[in-house]
Design a protein around this ligand. Structure first.
Ligand code: PEP
Ligand code: CO
Length: 459
């Protein structure tokens, strides 16, 4: 592990130490799989280093421009999807349902906030998970922890838990299949704003939510018809909706293989928007070293024990040019801790001068375990953290420009509360997550309405 004697991180304009796609190797690389066979790993990485990338630098730059707009309140970022994608859930219905709920939520937000919305999925590459312990299971029978499908499989056998480099190739292939279908759906028909009625609401059981959504659909359709009636041109992009991808940049050999030199600089082309998770977001980490040399916009999960002073040093490293849209801070404290934690961070970030986009992840600080051992989250706690985030930013003169949610288009029962009043005893009905509990489609749509309601009361 290296400290940074050669970097004056107190002075952001000082020259940085030499960066390369592999310079992270000299730093503390946490949460990495212990691959057993270096030759096998090497062959996989050589292959991945030359395959076509998942995304392009043009798209990434367009996203950064949009994030810059969100940071000054001219746009809203909706980032959402599974905690972890599964290889066997690379399935057309699952992908389409997830898009559908993100589209519906964004429609509610566009209409309610009167702002354009940027949709970023936690998909097409969200296959790796940080874990609190390297080994898990009963005493005497412990096995390596499940680290996401990119690394190993969740079944509790020695074979399944062996980190297998070939899984990185499958992750790449599933990412491209997913994004191919997302792009095809986004190109027309499915995502046509002239026909939001196609995005049906099979999953909504609440009459009230259904009526509220229908009113918005009718209003948007009328507005588009009116505008197109008085102007000879169809509304630009109304028949097309774009999605960007994001994932946690966790397994660094994989990320390095997709780090490509382009005419616009060095990009990670496995995703538009890599983020660094809470467990690896420290000033001396290999993960921060890795992302500081990329031209992608970078998300940083912040909360809990991260000291405000350390955050300033991280920002100086990752954003030496003080560039709008470069860093998105994704805060995740928990409903009971945000009122203490967020003001401290806002204070130091504002004084640092870095023009960050503030977003709120109200999921990861609100996880509980039921008596039956199921991980869950309460809708009311998720909403409470989000509402407090709006209030705190308002009080400090900063802008909450987005939200980061774990959600699915499926009718799962993983979080309690919401319009259907799911209770702890109902969780077993359809609990499918291997990792964190997600909002189901109905709860996610309700969250979008709740955000609008909150913003309206602040006007
Ligand atoms: C996640 O987003 O799934 C996650 C693990 O978050 P965090 O790093 O904030 O704990
Ligand atoms: Co999660």
């Amino acid at each position: 592990m290296s400290s940074r004697p050669d970097i004056d991180i107190a002075n952001a304009s000082s020259p940085q130490a030499e960066w390369s796609p592999s310079s992270w190797k000299a730093f503390d690389a946490r949460q990495q799989p212990a691959y057993e066979n270096d030759a096998e790993l090497g062959r996989v990485l050589e292959h991945l280093a030359v395959v076509p990338p998942v995304v392009t630098a043009w798209e990434i730059n367009r996203l950064q421009q949009q994030l810059a707009e969100a940071s000054v309140g001219k746009r809203f970022l909706l980032q959402g999807g599974d905690c972890a994608e599964r290889f066997d859930e690379c399935h057309p219905d699952i992908i389409a349902n997830r898009l559908k709920v993100l589209l519906q939520m964004s429609l509610v937000l566009i209409y309610g906030l009167r702002l354009p919305v940027t949709r970023v999925g936690r998909f097409a590459g969200q296959y790796a998970k940080p874990r609190s312990a390297n080994m898990e299971g009963p005493e005497g029978r412990k096995l390596p922890s499940y680290r996401g499908d990119l690394v190993n499989a969740p079944e509790f056998t020695a074979e399944a838990r062996r980190p297998d480099p070939a899984r990185m190739v499958t992750a790449y292939e599933r990412s491209t299949m997913t994004l191919n279908y997302v792009r095809a759906l986004g190109e027309g028909g499915f995502a046509d704003l002239h026909h939001p009625e196609y995005w049906n609401l099979d999953f909504v059981t609440s009459d009230h939510l259904r009526a509220e959504y229908q009113a918005i659909v009718d209003a948007i359709r009328d507005a588009i018809r009116f505008t197109e009636a008085v102007s000879p041109l169809p509304i630009r992009d109304a028949e097309r909706v774009s999605f960007f991808t994001s994932h946690e940049a966790l397994v660094l050999p994989y990320e390095e293989a997709f780090t490509r030199e382009t005419s616009k600089g060095t990009f990670n082309l496995s995703t538009h928007f890599p983020w660094i998770g809470k467990r690896t977001n420290t000033v001396d980490s290999a993960h921060i070293e890795y992302v500081r040399g990329l031209r992608n916009p970078i998300g940083l999960k912040v909360g809990g024990d991260l000291e405000a002073r350390e955050l300033k040093r991280i920002l100086d490293l990752v954003d030496p040019e003080f560039q709008a849209g470069r860093v998105t801070l994704i805060t995740r404290f928990g409903a009971n801790e945000i009122d203490e934690g967020l003001p401290r961070l806002i204070d130091v970030v504002t004084n640092s001068g870095h023009p960050v986009l503030w977003t709120c992840d109200p999921m990861h600080g609100n996880t509980e375990v039921t008596e039956d051992g199921l991980k869950t989250r309460r809708f009311e706690n998720i909403l409470s953290e989000l509402e407090q985030a709006f209030d705190i930013h308002r009080a400090f003169g900063t802008i909450l420009g987005g939200v980061h949610l774990e959600l699915t288009g499926e009718n799962v029962t993983e979080c309690t509360g919401g319009a259907r009043g799911l209770e702890e005893k109902d969780l077993h009905e359809a609990y499918t997550s291997n990792v964190d509990p997600r909002l189901n489609a109905e709860q996610a749509l309700e969250m979008a309405f709740s955000i609008v309601r909150k913003c309206r009361t602040m006007d």
